[in-house]
Design a protein around this ligand. Structure first.
Ligand code: ZN
Ligand code: ZN
Length: 73
C-alpha cells in the first residue's frame, strides 16, 4: 500500500467529492457524478434562477442537456 490511485478497482468515484457511488447519475459522455453534486454544479452555472438548457460535462466539456431531475431544487 505505497500509493493511492484514483480510479481504483472499487469503481468510479465522483470527481466533485471523490466519494464512491451507490446511485450515480451518468451523463451521455459516460462520466458519472452524484446527483446532488451535479445539481450543485448546475446551480453554480445558473443565473437568476433560470432553467439551464445545457451544461458542459466538468470533465470532458461535452455539452449535455440536463434532465429535469438535474435541476437544483
Ligand atoms: Zn460527489
Ligand atoms: Zn464527460
Amino acid at each position: 500500500m505505497a500509493s493511492v490511485q484514483i480510479g481504483s478497482d472499487d469503481g468510479p468515484a465522483c470527481p466533485f467529492c471523490v466519494g464512491h457511488f451507490n446511485a450515480p447519475r451518468q451523463l451521455p459522455c459516460a462520466h458519472s457524478f452524484f446527483q446532488s453534486c451535479l445539481q450543485s454544479y448546475i446551480s453554480s452555472k445558473v443565473e437568476n434562477n433560470s432553467i439551464l438548457k445545457q451544461i458542459e460535462c466538468p470533465l470532458c466539456k461535452q455539452v449535455t442537456t440536463p434532465t429535469r431531475n438535474d435541476q437544483p431544487t
